[in-house]
Design a protein around this ligand. Structure first.
Ligand SMILES: [Zn+2]
Length: 120
């Protein structure tokens, strides 16, 4: 049986979605910001707290979802101490894993996600 979809042209939006965002240069200032120079020439700067608040792990995503429904925003994590990034490591060549000073390290920030949340 011939699959009727096999010959359909790939929609443009799909092509764009599947392209990886690749950083040419990353620099992390642990208590301030993460700066990414993308290979398309764009630059994104992420304040540390913004990054922590947008942690992509399942737990934080769920927390953000429940906060969308309420008017009260409580940022995740323990804020009795200022949050800093303790360490960061590349995961393959598609993501960055950041370990936070509030003992949270399950967030893997894919570059596609980082591009998506880049502050304008
Ligand atoms: Zn998280």
């Amino acid at each position: 049986m011939h699959c009727p979809f096999a010959t359909l042209p790939t929609p443009v939006s799909y092509v764009q979605m599947s392209q990886y965002a690749t950083p040419a240069k990353l620099s992390l200032q642990r208590d301030r910001e993460l700066k990414i120079q993308w290979d398309d020439g764009a630059q994104s700067v992420y304040p540390i707290l913004y990054l922590r608040a947008n942690c992509p792990c399942a737990m934080c995503r769920q927390l953000r979802e429940s906060q969308k429904k309420s008017r009260l925003t409580v940022l995740p994590g323990n804020h009795s101490q200022p949050i800093t990034a303790i360490s960061a490591e590349m995961v393959g060549n598609y993501a960055l894993r950041i370990e936070w000073s509030d003992n949270h390290a399950s967030g893997i920030y894919s570059f596609t996600y980082l591009k998506e949340i880049a502050p304008k």
